[in-house]
Design a protein around this ligand. Structure first.
Ligand SMILES: [Zn+2]
Length: 336
């Protein structure tokens, strides 16, 4: 949900027209294939969530800024900067091993494919989860908008996991989950402003923690035991494997950018210390019944409802805190 209403020369064009502008034929074919696969992943998402919002037409915005947007009228716009970002993010595959890389022979574009699919699935989720209608009913409060981003992130992570299951039949389940976490780490951590946590956009640590938890607890196959509270050893082992990938990625990232302020480990620590992981879940508990009502889809609340009880007074407290934050921000901007 980025705001595109800025004055610029950028044009919104169909993907086919964008492809014509890509001069290198190999690159053009690679991008075309990634879009095709991403589109099939979105179709799969539509079926799995049994939604009647068709997968919208996808357009490209001709700017190098890294952006994507879902228009409530039913189209998804992704910038050429975002496409380049997904393709050109330097992923140090020789340094960090995620699963069995033998499977990646002949699949050089798996990581851009995961990245772009996640971005488009995130935008599609904003549409079919009816976030726009919920926003009209609940208002544009920060906690409401944050809950939408949380929802879209997790729907997209689930969609990517299901898509990679289809793209790599016969590959071990844990390897598939590791590929997804690995690709998303590099794509998301290198988004501009991903680490400032400002406004409604969650910080990288928050997004990544929640995605990691989602990929830990998702059933490999429908009908498998759903272990949302990570009680079973198999689920815990999976969580360990995914966390190890995250730690290896972060170690490589810090080595690449020494002295970076965006220390994921420290941020993660701060995130837990300040109960950030509980705050977003509480916000989602508040907003999710409205998402269910407007979208006619099911919001996964079981774990959170049992782990984090939420009362009306908690909600009032959260809203009071938000109003206070808002007043402080206004006072600050007046004195500047
Ligand atoms: Zn979003």
């Amino acid at each position: 949900m980025e705001n595109f209403m800025e004055i610029s020369d950028a044009r919104t064009i169909p993907v086919s027209e964008y492809l014509e502008s890509v001069t290198d034929p190999l690159r053009r074919a690679a991008i075309a294939s990634v879009f095709e696969q991403a589109r099939s992943a979105l179709e799969l998402m539509r079926v799995r969530f049994s939604v009647d919002v068709p997968v919208p037409e996808i357009f490209v915005l001709t700017t190098d800024e890294i952006k994507a947007q879902a228009n409530p009228l039913g189209l998804i716009v992704v910038s050429q900067g975002m496409i380049k970002h997904c393709f050109d993010t330097a992923i140090p595959s020789s340094k960090v091993k995620a699963g069995n890389e033998d499977y990646l022979d002949g699949l050089p574009d798996l990581f851009p494919q995961i990245g772009l699919t996640w971005v488009l699935a995130h935008e599609y989720a904003h549409l079919f989860r009816a976030h726009h209608q919920v926003q009209i009913e609940l208002g544009s409060h920060d906690h409401v908008l944050r809950a939408f981003e949380h929802d879209a992130d997790l729907c997209a992570a689930a969609a990517v996991y299901r898509a990679v299951q289809q793209w790599l039949p016969g590959v071990q389940d844990i390897d598939i989950r590791c590929y997804v976490i690995y690709a998303l780490f590099w794509i998301i951590t290198t988004f501009p402003n991903t680490n400032d946590g400002a406004g409604v956009h969650p910080s990288f640590s928050e997004r990544f923690f929640q995605i990691l938890l989602k990929l830990t607890t998702m059933q490999a196959m429908p009908g498998d035991v759903l272990d949302l509270d990570v009680n079973l050893p198999a689920t815990a082992n999976r969580g360990d494997a995914l966390r190890n990938v995250a730690i290896a990625c972060e170690t490589a990232y810090l080595a690449k950018a020494p002295g970076t302020k965006n220390d994921f480990f420290m941020q993660w620590h701060e995130y837990f210390k300040s109960y950030g992981h509980i705050a977003i879940i509480n916000e989602w508990i508040m907003v999710s019944p409205f998402v269910e009502k407007h979208s006619h889809t099911t919001a996964d609340m079981q774990r959170h409802a049992s782990v984090v009880p939420m009362t009306m007074s908690d909600i009032a407290r959260l809203e009071k805190a938000e109003r206070k934050r808002h007043r402080r921000a206004q006072a600050r901007s007046r004195t500047q």
